[in-house]
Design a protein around this ligand. Structure first.
Ligand code: SAH
Length: 413
């Protein structure tokens, strides 16, 4: 709850080096050139006997915050039991603090476990704790009780008000951000905005390197090498659950053979999730080749690391039989040579040897390479893990050095 942003960390404009901005609900002494922003983080639960004077409740709330070193402008709501909504006790102080009064049924409050239950409110309104249960109910189950229930201390008569304070745990956000194939101008403005918004970025080191200059100063970067996908996904979700704004980044679209699925398999309803689509390798390659995806098409990964080869083969055969344009991802690595020739042979059973094939390496990156060849002439050695291979359907033609798949087969006749 206490975040300081040092000076000199400005994003562009000239910033003097000795300014300091705090974001906290705690009172703190400010020196010259220091400022504080108050997050809407506190909920005050109040309990009051019938006829409790508004001043007694208000006084107790003020003292409680002061003694705990908490700032009133961070209070977002007063909370109490339904039965009190019509009395003067709790509503008037809420009005004077300028925050809404949130009321809850006694049954809902009774269901909340509290550290300091007592018999008096149980008899009066049917719940053993008004103040503590109120603010835990208003705030949310994960929230932290920062001040336990305390009573007012009016001179010469019994206390009529109680009060407790909770800090709301901020709801975390996980943005799953596709960075595009490489070139900066193929990164969408929305992806850029999510990267600026993030306080934690999780991703493969080479992808993080691609966008590091776009991050805000102070952004925590959790990068890792190849593999460790599950762990990366778990880390991203855990950080969001802790209340942070997390960006999980991946090349192309982060949902295509990438991190979105393991992350969302792990994420619960307790965090917000925002997906930002990216330009995939298949689309970037297609734009370089011409218009190979003008009719129905499919992507197939030839990596048998997570998928048995028999399954991959069956899908390639189906694509061959149904005359789909096919883009192969992960087509060939140093250790995997066999898969691409076998997949091409399956396609060749249903397509002419002259069928155009596009080989695009490092699309939109500095060492981009584009090759247009045919099913019969493709040399697998021109293909590696930085490459996608797009094979045309039976209607795909080369036109002026470009790969063109007609929109309808009728045009062909
Ligand atoms: N999420 C990515 C794909 C990740 S799988 C996307 O949406 O594009 C990794 C495979 O993608 C690589 O083996 C390669 O086949 C392909 N790939 C990724 N970036 C590429 C690029 N810039 N040029 C060509 N192929 C690329």
């Amino acid at each position: 709850p206490h975040v300081g942003a040092g000076g000199g960390a400005g994003g562009g404009a000239a910033v003097s080096t000795d300014v300091r901005l705090y974001v906290t609900d705690r009172r703190l002494p400010l020196a010259a050139r220091e400022a504080v922003l108050r997050p809407p983080s506190l909920v005050v639960g109040v309990g009051a006997s019938r006829g409790a004077p508004a001043d007694e409740v208000l006084g107790l709330v003020g003292e409680t915050l002061e003694d705990a070193g908490l700032s009133p402008p961070s209070v977002t709501a007063l909370a109490t039991v339904d039965a009190k909504a019509g009395e003067r006790g709790p509503p008037a102080p809420a009005e004077r603090l300028g925050v809404p009064l949130r009321t809850f049924p006694a049954a809902a409050l009774a269901a909340v476990d509290v550290p300091t239950p007592s018999a008096a409110p149980l008899a009066a309104v049917g719940t053993p704790s008004v103040a503590e249960a109120d603010e835990l109910t208003a705030a949310g189950a994960d929230d932290e009780l920062v001040v336990r229930k305390r009573k007012s201390a009016p001179a010469g008569r019994p206390a009529m008000a109680t009060c407790a304070v909770a800090r709301r745990r901020p709801r975390g956000r996980l943005a799953v951000v596709g960075l595009g194939p490489g070139a900066r101008d193929l990164l969408t403005p929305r992806a850029r905005a999510e990267l600026r918004r993030a306080s934690v970025v999780v991703g493969l080191d080479q992808y993080v390197a691609q966008i590091r200059d776009l991050l805000r100063p102070g952004t925590r970067v959790l990068e890792s090498g190849l593999g460790a996908e599950e762990e990366r996904a778990r880390t991203a979700v855990a950080e969001a659950r802790a209340g942070h704004a997390v960006a999980l980044v991946g090349s192309g679209d982060a949902g295509v053979y990438a991190m979105a699925s393991p992350a969302l398999a792990e994420a619960g309803a307790d965090i917000d999730v925002a997906g930002v689509p990216g330009v995939t390798a298949a689309l970037a390659a297609a734009a370089l080749l011409g218009a190979p995806l003008g009719h129905d098409h499919v992507a197939v990964s030839l990596s048998d690391l997570h998928t048995p080869w028999a399954v991959i083969e069956r899908r390639v055969r189906a694509a061959a039989e149904s005359d789909l344009v096919v883009t192969f991802y992960n087509p060939r690595s140093r250790a995997r040579h066999r898969q691409l020739p076998e997949a091409l042979a399956l396609l060749a059973k249903h397509r002419a040897p002259t069928t155009p094939v596009g080989v695009v390496r490092n699309a939109s990156r500095p060492d981009e390479h584009v090759l247009l060849t045919t099913l019969a002439e493709l040399d697998p050695r021109s293909v590696d893990m930085m490459t996608v291979v797009t094979v045309g359907n039976s209607a795909t033609r080369e036109v002026a050095g470009r790969m063109v798949t007609p929109r309808g087969y009728r045009w062909q006749m």
